[in-house]
Every structure is written in structure tokens, then in C-alpha cells.
Design a protein around this ligand. Sequence first.
Ligand code: NAI
Length: 418
Amino acid sequence: MSERIEYAGGVLQVPDRCAIPFIPGDGIGPEIWAAARPVFDAAVETSYGSRRRITWFELPAGQKAVEHGQDLLPDSTVEAIRAHRVAIKGPTMTPVGGGHRSINVALRQALDLYANVRPVRYFEGVATPVVNPDALDVVIFRENTEDVYAGIEFAAGSPAALGLTEFLRGQGHEIAPETGIGIKVISRVGSQRLIRAAIEYALLHGRKRVTLVHKGNIMKATEGAFRAWGYELAREEYAGRVVAATDLAAGQKPPEGVVLLDDRIADAAFQDVILFPHRFDVLAAPNLNGDYLSDACAARVGGLGIAPGANIGDGLALFESTHGTAPDIVGQDLANPGSMLLSGAMLLEFIGWQEAAQRVVDAFSSVLRAGLMTADLAAGREGMEILGTRAFGEAVAQAASAGRGALNRLERDKRSRP
Ligand code: NAI
């Protein structure tokens, strides 16, 4: 019998046999889920034998739900994720301009998943545009609920925009006649819970530095405050475990074992992730900076096809592939399941099944090192064996179930290939 994951006293309680919901998603979603799920099951079985197992069960959402006469995001789906604490989803389609809201945004807001977490690292074998892709190994914490993404927007000419225009003119601001207005909101509570999550992650995983990425030199009351609240948090809650860069003398290093909290202005940070990637470790940013930064970093190591993601709240987490529904390749067995695979590894790590999580990552990595990859990853490279979504998933599942010996064999086969 599978049981639910519970959350009590700030800690997840994960039964050995647990029920975890999944949403396959639209477009290539069902294909990458079908390829990835056997890998998770193989990794769990090889790591723990029959002691542990996940019972996956599907929740309706997206186009499939609509085809079955349900809402795009049924309330029952939101409640089931809330009740089960942890879930995984594929990409879902959002129309540009008009049409329905993004399911991802709706889920983040309904479940208060305030931290978007994206680890970005290089996997050997993947084509990248830079010469030193492995120099970047970061985890990005992007604030997920505030900033200009909070949805407080008023169209030019609307009564609210006209009223705000009048108010702002009264404050001495020049506003052109036809102006759309969007409001940027950044709060102490929103900033600190995000930065706290980043610091906790750094402490738990032995990371050495957390860098706040902001544009506080220009937007002082919002992004500048994000920075100031971050330093305040380090001083008030983490004294002795985290040191604020502003409390160190020039050139002074943090004491051994103490995490350094520093900050970088966003434009400089974008430059530095290209020029000096080794300077970064864990990054924490308001919503908009974090959005751009996540994709820029992912591009550096070979694109979104393999970047995993998680949206995390207090005792709740939704893991998801970071790319979209790829309508141009749907149903062609071309999709790369890498992002879904690595998101699943994050899920396993989140529930404390570290060995299985590592096994998924190792299996994925060894298959790539052996030169077996989907077409998008192999693009422009010689000597790669291109596999379809299904065959690639099978290769990774095989590697995950066979353990280290098979991983080594895969690598040997690759070396002996002409
Ligand atoms: P997209 O990520 O779907 O596609 C961009 C390009 O990358 C396409 O050429 C596509 O074939 C390729 N691609 C994406 N994932 C791939 C994979 N796993 N393997 C191989 N190639 C892959 O972005 P696009 O076209 O801007 O968006 C399409 C739809 O996806 C839109 O409706 C958008 O709203 C939605 N979307 C959903 C997301 C989510 O649910 N997390 C995230 C981003 C977009």
C-alpha cells in the first residue's frame, strides 16, 4: 500500500512506499514522461530493492484535461498536489497575448511555491557554445511570486491606468498620455523566504557562497531592498554560519566552513557567468533577473533541453522540465527527455532518496559520455549515435538499473567505437 508524504514540524516525512502525482503535460510532455518514468523506477529499485517504491498516479491538467471535458487546471489537481506534497509535471501550452493563463503560474500562485530552483551544470558530451562549459556549476533560486511578474498591470487607457497616471503626475512624475502601467512589488517577507531557501540549500549541500543578483543601483526601493533584506537575514538568522560580504574587510576571506553571502548587480552578473563562471555557486534573485539568468546559464551548458527545475514552497514542491511543449517535434520520437530526467532526480533528492537521485544523474551522464544522445544534443557534432526519445530513455533506464558496472561498460564501448 502506498502512503502519502506528510509534512510536520517543518520536516517532510516520506514513507518507503509513497504515492506521487504526475502531470504528463502537452506537446512532447507525454513522450518525455514515458521515457523518464522507467528510469526513476529503475533507479529506486536498484538503490533500495523492494524496500522502497513510488506509485505514480496521473493528475489531469492542460489540453488532455480539456479534451476530457474538464478545466485546464482542475481544482482537484491543485488539491491533490497540496495533499501529496510533491509532484512532477511536463510542459504545458500557454497561448501568447490572449487566451488562458499559464498553468505553471496558476500552480505557483495557488500552492505558494515561492522559490524556483534551477541547478545548472555541464554534462560531458553535450554541445555548447563556450570553451569551458564545466566551469559553471550553480544553483539558481529565483523568487517566484513577486516583482513585475505579480500580474499587477493596467492597459493604456483603462480607468485604473488613467487613475494611476493622475496619481503619479501628482507625485511629480512625467507620464506620456497613452501609457500601460505595470507595478513592481518586492516585499521583505517575499525576499527573505527566498534568500533563506538559498542559504539553507548552501548550508545543506556544502556550497560556499550565495550571491544576490539585483539591480538595486537603479531600483533602490525594490531590488535594493532585496539586497539589504538579504544581508539583514544573514546577520539576524545565520550569525556564525553565514557572513555578509559587507561585514568583511576588503580582501578578507570568510572563516572556514562559513558561507559567504555577497551580491552582484544583474548586468555585471550576466557578464561574469560568461567570463568568470567559477565565481558563482548559489545565486538568489528577484523574479525577472532570475528568469533571464536561469536561461542564460542553461544556454552556457547546452540549452534548456537538459536544465531541470523545481518550484518549492514550505513543505511543497513541484518539479518540472524547464523547456516548453516543442510543438514542432511532437509525436516524432525526437524529444530529449533530459530535463524531465534531471527534474525527477531533484524530486528524489528532495524526498531524501539521495542514492536513487544520484543514480539517475550518473546514468544520464554516462549515456551522454558514451556518445548516445538525442538529435538536439548531438547537433553539429561528429561521432555521436543519435537515439530517439524512447531508445534514449531505455538506454538511461538500463544504465540506472545495471549500476556502476554497466555505466563503465557503456563508456568502454564508446572508447572502442571507431
Ligand atoms: P519550446 O521550449 O517548446 O521550444 C523551443 C525550441 O526548443 C523548439 O525548437 C523545440 O523543438 C526545442 N525543444 C524544446 N524542448 C525540447 C526537448 N525536450 N527536446 C528537443 N527539443 C526541444 O518553446 P516555445 O516554442 O517558445 O513554446 C511552446 C509552448 O510551450 C508554448 O505554448 C509555451 O507557452 C509553452 N511553454 C511551457 C513551459 C512549461 O510548461 N514549463 C515553459 C516554456 C514554454
